[in-house]
Design a protein around this ligand. Structure first.
Ligand code: XCC
Length: 656
């Protein structure tokens, strides 16, 4: 796909499109090679302004109906649907799609767990027995005096209800702080089972069904909660049980993890099952020897996106970059095979891979791509797939014809934090607890906690909004928890190391130095956002910061979001009580009732609320103001007076 001349001549400088220097280098090379990747396509493809405002309804054939954002109540759809109904329905379908994606992922993890339990799957085992017992115990399964097999069987049976149950409450509702759960019960938004909630969201948003934006939004909350406290949480917890709960380790991130003299295999996607098996395969002496016979020094396995983040956290597998770099990395010419499973796999990869002779291999029946090679992966016979992948990658290495150009950039950082590790790190193994964190919030050293997560989006400069936002937050003593592509952005910017404490305000840096932790803690993939839910629940339970998640001085942000999964995540954080700020643009028309509900009304109902800002400094301001508002409501605002830093004090500190 060659660039048109105009774009080639006048193309926006790569440094304006990405903060990631490796991606910039590859974008420049792609242009020289006449290859187009998403960053350039986004420049060429203007976003549809009506869709961007969610002012269009295409749920039936009387339309599609377009309303006018500047005069939102001037028109209704052919059926009479108002702007609020249309936006609430569109929003609910985004939540349903996002929740479906995470629940689908969680179900496949559950299926693997079942296979281990019933003995039909032999290539995987239960690695973390302690976590198995903890998770079982957390939902009321008896663990004392019982065998692993018995506990695991009960856990499988119970967790299956997360998806299939049609009445009642999903199992992990038992982990929700009491008062938060009470609010949900009053509002009727405790999820029954994910399949039911996703189905009902689609049914209600069908033409001529639910036409009250408030009622539609309640169902959106329920469907989103079935993701966060449902499918995603099952995915994280069972993955920990099967593959090991992460603990902090030093890992290299960025394109420099590719090795010119080795067979490079990238696994990119979301479910760790495939990646775990590829990891086993690349350590098979037979393939290592075969690669050496073909002139390679070895086989180099690296990850990208979310499954990459999980493998990095659990096993220290190097990570080559986030969603914004998946096409760009193929431009190195060094990728012998890119193996993908599900979600966030750009179709554009196929043509880029073709240009550089890289094998693009799809492995999952739910995600095939025209032009890619499909080798289906089955957990009960993983080698049938992984053997084929290795043979293809090694053969491509021995036939490399094109020059290889690998950006020589790697960034070492500490990854693999979890809710469990935070507890241990702060309290020690005998008195592990969240009390020290709460105490430091109460005494003002830590102003609050923010989860900065989610995608990168070629509509904005890659990584830039994440980095600037996080810098501003830690400077103001806000401890940052990260997952997904956002974590990789900050890792590349060098913030996931204890030394980054010097970017933090005096209170936060004091805590970081005392504990030896970075001011930015990486918790893994997007389903691992549930680790943040558990962490905030633990903060409520530790006491001193209110009774519900909504009382805590915490906030969330997805500064460069793009996927429907991000909207589902945003809504489950909001419904859990967290103020959540999204960047880029938000699919909503201002000065409408639906806007008021999402950005204000939900908070009045006892939940969290949405915020939006595209500028990272505005975003930081919104978050810090919210944290301060919550501190004030808790009566702990005074404690911070002595650690407040103005610009003069900051300059003094910097000079020192
Ligand atoms: Fe996808 Fe999960 Fe978004 Fe990254 S952050 S672009 S969803 S890979 Ni999860």
């Amino acid at each position: 796909m060659p660039l048109d001349k105009k774009n080639k001549k006048d193309g926006i400088p790569p440094s304006d499109l990405s903060s990631c220097e490796a991606t910039q280098q590859m974008l420049a090379k792609a242009r020289r090679d006449g290859v187009v990747i998403a960053a350039d396509r986004a420049v060429d493809m203007k976003a549809c302004p009506i869709g961007a405002d969610s002012a269009c309804c295409k749920h039936c054939n009387m339309g599609p109906c377009r309303l006018v954002s500047k005069d939102p109540y001037g028109k209704v759809g052919v059926c009479g649907a108002t702007i609020d109904t249309i936006m609430a329905r569109n929003f609910s379908r985004m939540v349903a799609a996002g929740s479906a994606a995470h629940n689908d992922h969680g179900m496949s993890i559950l299926k693997l767990f079942k296979g281990i339990v019933d003995g039909t799957i032999k290539d995987y085992t239960i690695k973390d027995r302690l976590k198995l017992e903890q998770v079982a115990d957390s939902i009321g399964i008896k663990v004392q005096g019982r065998s692993i097999q018995e506990i695991a069987t009960d856990l499988y049976t119970e967790l299956e209800k997360t998806y299939t149950q049609t009445e009642g409450e999903i199992p992990f509702a038992k982990r929700v702080p009491e008062k938060t759960l009470e609010t949900w019960r009053k509002m009727g938004i405790v999820p029954r089972g994910a399949m039911r909630e996703v189905m009902e969201s689609l049914s209600r948003s069908h033409m001529g069904c639910d036409q009250h934006y408030e009622n539609i939004t309640k169902q959106s909350s329920r469907t989103a909660l079935a993701d966060g406290w449902g499918g995603s949480m099952v995915a994280t917890e069972l993955s920990d049980i099967m593959f090991g709960t992460p603990s902090p380790l030093l890992v290299d991130v960025n394109m420099g993890v590719l090795k010119e003299d080795q067979v490079n295999i990238i696994v990119h996607g979301h479910e760790p099952n495939l990646f775990e098996s590829v990891l086993a395969a690349v350590n098979d002496p037979f393939y290592i020897n075969t690669a050496k016979e073909k002139g390679a020094k070895g086989i180099n396995l690296v990850g990208m996106c979310c499954s990459g983040a999980e493998m990095m956290s659990r096993h220290g597998v190097p990570h080559a970059g986030n969603f914004g770099s998946t096409e760009a990395i193929i431009v190195t010419g060094a990728v012998d095979a890119m193996v993908v499973d599900i979600q966030c796999i750009k179709q554009g990869l196929a043509s880029v891979a073709e240009c550089y002779g890289t094998h693009l291999i799809t492995t999952n029946p739910r995600c095939q791509i025209e032009g890619a090679t499909h080798i289906e992966f089955h957990e009960d016979d993983p080698k049938a797939c992984t053997d084929d992948i290795l043979i293809k990658a090694i053969t491509r290495f021995s036939n490399r014809k094109m020059p290889v150009e690998i950006p020589k950039i790697t960034n070492a950082g500490i990854h693999g934090f979890t809710h469990e590790y935070i507890e241990y790190m702060l309290g020690g193994s005998f008195r592990g607890s969240y009390n020290p964190l709460n105490d430091n919030i109460i005494n003002g050293r830590i102003r609050g906690v923010a989860g900065v997560v989610g995608c990168v989006n070629p509509r904005v400069k890659q990584d830039y909004v994440h980095i600037e936002l996080v810098k501003e937050l830690i400077k103001n003593d806000v401890l940052v928890l990260q997952t997904g592509c956002s974590q990789i952005a900050l890792a590349k910017a060098g913030f996931l190391v204890p030394e980054a404490a010097h970017y933090a305000g005096p209170g936060l840096s004091e805590v970081c130095e005392a504990v030896g932790m970075p001011p930015v803690l990486g918790l893994g993939s997007c389903v691992d956002n549930t680790r943040i839910l558990i962490a905030v629940s633990a903060m409520v339970k530790a006491g001193g910061l209110g009774e519900t998640i909504a009382d805590l001085p915490v906030a969330g942000a997805a500064p460069e979001w793009m996927s429907e999964k991000a909207i589902a995540i945003g809504q489950y954080f909001v419904a859990s009580g967290v103020f959540t700020v999204f960047g880029v643009s938000f699919p909503i028309v201002k000065n409408t009732k639906f806007y008021e509900l999402l950005f204000d009304g939900l908070e009045k109902q006892g939940l969290g609320k949405w915020g939006h800002a595209s500028d990272p400094h505005d975003m930081a301001r919104l978050i810090i103001n919210h944290i301060d508002k919550k501190r004030k409501a808790l009566g702990i605002d005074k404690a911070r007076d002595r650690v407040l830093v103005d610009m003069a004090a900051r300059r003094e500190l910097e000079a020192a």
